[in-house]
Design a protein around this ligand. Sequence first.
Ligand code: SAM
Length: 266
Amino acid sequence: MGFNFKKKYGQNFLTDKNLLDSIVSLLGVTKETTVLEIGPGAGALTSAIARQADRVVSFEIDHDLEIVLAENLKEYSNTKIVFKDFMKASNEEIESEIGTKDYIVIANLPYYITTPILFRFFEMENKPRSLTIMVQKEYGERMTANAGDSEYSSLSVLTHWLGNAKIVKKVPRYMFTPAPKVDSCIVHFVFGENKYDKEIAAFIRSCFLMRRKTLVNNISSAFDISKDDAKKILEKNQLNSGVRAEDLSAEVILKLYEDVKNVLNV
Ligand code: SAM
């Protein structure tokens, strides 16, 4: 393609037509759907989506892809490429480029920006309907893990709190050009009713602060709360004082947040 892949932008491209088409079918795109894509690369996924969707608006950081994308997308008048670092675009700018509040997101992202991009959408006021993101396999496992699983973490609870996430496809490293050192998976996330709240997010993170510590210890060291009060909160919720956050569902952790808030009187 006459293009030098840039490691600094996580440029590992997909080319397998069957895989690209199966990703598009997972998106549930129809002729009414507007899709926001982050990181179109050479446009292989972009064109597969454009064949099924109403519009695709893609943000690409690398201006060197301008000629490649212009050539590869010339048949698709329903595509628009915005050459800009997605992380530097304001919400207003993103909304104005998309032109509608009803859209879905697809992103085959470089792994180093998975978390900032995910939380960018988690924290947005006008959220997309869904996020379908290619992530490192272990990251997807952490997002979708349930209480008691070895991968269960604050990311799992944050994800369960805000919606419903599922691994919809495993993508081995050899499917990419050039092949990265790790395997990937595609996570489909649908937003629920809960709105992001900084305080709740901080509480969830503090529950998992020291993995080997009990919840009583984590809560009392993160907040101005005695161990006795922390134990009383657990008792009130029929939990024993040696419990760890990794054993508790998102619902129980959110309930504990309400009780901690009451003790702190905030
Ligand atoms: N979607 C293509 C595919 O599936 O073959 C390319 C995926 S590649 C893993 C990631 C793409 O994201 C690259 O094209 C890279 O230049 C772009 N990218 C990296 N950081 C970005 C950012 N902050 N904003 C927008 N695009 C970015």
